[in-house]
Design a protein around this ligand. Structure first.
Ligand SMILES: Nc1nc2c(c(=O)[nH]1)N[C@H]1C(S)=C(S)[C@@H](COP(=O)(O)O)O[C@H]1N2
Ligand SMILES: [Mo]
Length: 502
């Protein structure tokens, strides 16, 4: 009875949340509050253990905990219906508080939890004291003495309630994700760029099997964010406020943004949580409005050394003002690989900055840019143990052969990618076991703001071998072999792959 009531609460709440916004649904609201309140190391642990599935793990964990407590509420309710209903009230309070304290939540955010709890309490009464209750068992009777019609009524009631909860819950979640902006996104016609992207040189893609493509298709592009449900921002009502320590605060609509001259650039985006050899990196062709001139119009005041991007769901990141205005192609991106930004990648507008990790620059679902100082404001990840500044570190990766592979002896193409963003790659070298570093061939790239493919021909001899790669940037700085973890400002070390040659 307890679990059935909880299912009804959660299921009904999902349906109400179709109207009040997906983040007001209690599971998502409580999960989101847990994400934001969890201490940095715990969050890192969760990401390490569950990788990019940490959100699903959190939702399942929340549901399992809820189920356990709900069963307890049921046990208590058998003794005292009043206490059981008080237990449901406690849950409702948790859901209401979590939903109301989510960034940008209005009073309506309380509704899903309240409606869900009301229905759950009603069901509990129906099953325990109302018309669906099990007929009382005479003290000395055997189990066979239970009135079969009464039992059937009770079980049918539970079954119908759980079934309706499932339909309403999954249907509600489905409707929430379908609602609204997909059509708006598909209707958008992006303007042609005033300054188009450089053509990708024919040699940029070496075409080696197993090597990541030079441009990452949107469907393969990694996704990292704290959003349990993707914010759905309607471009119609979207406004960007540029404010704080500026002479002229600026407000732009989506149409204002599209009316400005656009640039289109290939830029590689990397996550600070990318392990050495990891795949939290991708290269896309971004279309957007250059950020430098826009910031110049706002006129940063002296001391405004940080630009804080804020998203529709309240996430923040901070970039050095200096980096955004030094002439590099920092932009407010509206397009990705020839289409409007995918919703998961920040539709309608996000920031992309060559040379900065995503957590200090690449705000998705952007709604505000606030000029402030590093002394005055810590963005989302900073109090959680990550560095306030996050320039991307020079790295290289072996894509093929994969670790653990068994290969026949003879010529093998070793290939991968290397990046030294906004500086450029001068050289990539490969080392087999304890041998000398051998120069790899570099593929072409459109600019220093993207990764570069490389390849090296290896005459593999039988036995177990370790392949290492290192890059040298355009200034001559050699990628360090010292292994450091991703926290606080990005991993270092050489990507190492061990294979068996037969
Ligand atoms: N609103 C919002 N924007 C965000 C984040 C986030 O959690 N919320 N995560 C950032 C991080 S850590 C990275 S690495 C990039 C990833 O962008 P992608 O998901 O488009 O690859 O987005 C950045 N922008
Ligand atoms: Mo990231």
């Amino acid at each position: 009875m307890g679990v059935a009531s909880a299912a009804v609460a959660v299921g009904a709440a999902e349906a109400v949340a179709v109207l009040t916004g997906p983040r007001s649904a209690p599971l998502v609201a409580v999960g989101g509050a847990v994400v934001d309140l969890a201490p940095g190391p715990l969050k890192q642990f969760a990401t390490d253990v569950f990788y990019v599935y940490d959100k699903i793990a959190l939702l399942i964990g929340t549901a399992v905990l809820l189920g356990g407590f709900a069963a307890l509420v049921g046990v208590v309710a058998v003794r005292s219906l009043r206490l059981g209903i008080a237990g449901i009230g406690g849950f409702a309070a948790l859901g209401v508080v979590a939903a109301l304290t989510r960034p940008g939540a209005g009073p309506a955010a309380a509704l899903p939890s309240l409606v869900g709890a009301g229905l759950a309490a009603g069901l509990l009464w129906l099953l325990l004291a109302g018309p669906l209750r099990m007929p009382p068992i005479p003290p000395a009777a055997s189990p066979d003495a239970v009135d079969p019609a009464g039992r059937r009524r009770f079980l049918t009631g539970v079954g119908l309630a759980v079934g309706a909860a499932a339909v309403s819950g999954f249907g509600g979640r489905w409707a929430s994700t379908r609602r609204g902006i997909s059509a708006a996104r598909e209707a958008i016609r992006l303007p042609a760029p005033a300054s188009p992207a450089a053509l990708v040189p024919a040699g940029a893609d070496l075409g080696v099997p197993g090597l990541s493509s030079y441009v990452t298709p949107n469907r393969d592009f990694y996704r990292i964010d704290t959003a349990l449900v993707v914010p759905r921002v309607d471009p119609e009502g979207w406004r960007l406020r540029i404010f704080g320590r500026v002479r002229n605060p600026v407000t732009l609509s989506y149409a204002d943004l599209l009316a400005r001259p656009m640039i289109e650039r290939h830029i590689t985006l990397a996550c600070v949580s990318n392990e050495v050899g990891g795949d939290l990196i991708g290269n896309a062709r971004w279309l957007g409005v250059p950020l430098g001139p826009l910031l110049a119009e706002a006129g940063p005041l002296p001391g405004a050394d940080q630009v804080v991007g804020r998203s529709a769901d309240g996430w923040t990141c901070g970039s050095p003002t200096e980096v955004l205005t030094d002439g590099r192609d920092a932009m407010l991106a509206v397009g990705m690989n020839g289409e409007p930004l995918p919703i998961a990648h920040g539709f309608p507008v996000r920031v992309v900055v060559p040379g900065l990790y995503g957590y200090v620059s690449a705000c998705k679902w952007l709604v505000e840019l606030e000029l402030t100082s590093f002394a005055d404001f810590d963005a989302y990840w900073v109090p959680r143990g990550w560095s306030a500044r996050g320039p991307i570190k020079t790295q290289s990766r072996i894509d093929t052969p994969r670790a653990g592979r068994t290969l026949p002896a003879g010529p093998v193409t070793v290939a991968g990618v290397a990046w030294a963003q906004h500086v450029g790659i001068r050289q990539v070298e490969v080392r087999v076991d304890d041998g000398d570093w051998q120069p790899a061939a570099l593929a072409g790239s459109v600019s220093t703001d993207t990764w570069t493919q490389w390849s090296w021909r290896w005459l593999a001899t039988p036995g177990e071998h370790t392949l290492r790669v290192r890059a040298t940037d355009a200034t001559g700085a050699v990628q360090t072999g010292q292994s450091r973890p991703v926290e606080p400002d990005g991993a270092t070390g050489w990507h190492t792959v061990t294979v068996t040659v037969t």
